[in-house]
Design a protein around this ligand. Structure first.
Ligand SMILES: [Zn+2]
Ligand SMILES: [Zn+2]
Length: 258
């Protein structure tokens, strides 16, 4: 019924209990998940999950927060993207939240890395999974400069104006458990406004567990709580929200039912 469009099943807290995670998904009627890659070093473990289970797929990319890891070339990303069950490039993007004493100018390497991912996505015709934090102006500017790609702004926490700009560029918007957090009223307004045919839901597990699990280890099963919350905000049934977001997932990532 539901799809978790963004989770990190190779991370601590989930990697060593995949059977349990999958049983919880089945019980919560979460029938598919996209396992997201954050370093080249991690790719083989991410990919192994997508190859082992017919309701998991994966991405290939290097997260903007990861420093001291192998820098991906265009060729690296294209080679990984060509493997079976790799349906997206990312997660990539810009994150100026933790500058650690540096200026935005100093983050040139992040912008270069983002551009490489955009070019890879365009070359292999796969969607981009975009992470943007405290960097929406540069994220949108670089996407406009680099030209046409499809994709999703994942774990959306920006304003309605940024959502509008991303939608105008053709992107989908994905909401996480943050929509259930008490202080997230502005984000709930954005979740009401995004057109139903451009909406995705995700956990970003093991982080950001939705209410009533806030502070605990998140897992794909909990995307049902994200979906129910977004459905309530929009005044539609959870079934309608699940159906729409699952169809959107299939369209964007070009995957079929499990
Ligand atoms: Zn992210
Ligand atoms: Zn993520």
């Amino acid at each position: 019924m539901y799809v978790d469009s963004h989770c990190h099943l190779t991370f601590e807290g989930l990697a060593d209990r995949i059977d349990e995670v999958r049983a919880a998904m089945a019980a919560a009627r979460v029938d598919r998940a996209l396992v997201i890659c954050t370093t080249l070093e991690e790719f083989s473990r991410v990919h192994a999950l997508a190859m082992a289970y017919d309701n998991f797929w994966c991405s290939a990319g290097v997260h903007p927060d990861n420093e001291g890891v192998r820098e991906p070339s265009l060729e690296d990303l294209l080679e990984l993207a060509a493997r079976p069950r790799v349906v997206a490039i990312g997660e990539t993007g810009l994150d100026y939240y933790r500058l650690a004493g540096r200026s935005i100018d100093d983050m040139h390497w992040q912008r270069e890395r983002f551009r490489i991912h955009i070019r890879a996505a365009r070359t292999c015709a796969k969607p981009l999974v975009i992470h943007t934090r405290s960097a929406s102006v540069d994220t949108l500017a670089i996407l406009r400069e680099e030209g046409t790609v499809r994709g999703v702004f994942h774990c959306f926490t920006e304003t309605a104006a940024v959502a509008r700009a991303a939608l105008d560029l053709g992107f989908y918007i994905s909401f996480s458990g943050i929509v259930t957090f008490r202080n997230a009223e502005d984000l709930r307004d954005v979740a009401r406004f995004v057109p139903l045919d451009r909406l995705l839901i995700e956990t970003d597990s093991p982080y950001l567990a939705p209410a009533p699990f806030r502070g605990k280890t998140n897992q794909p099963a909990y995307v049902a709580h994200v979906g129910a919350a977004v459905a309530a905000l929009r005044g539609i049934t959870p079934e309608a929200l699940a159906g729409a977001t699952s169809a959107n997932f299939e369209r964007l990532f070009e995957v079929k039912a499990a």
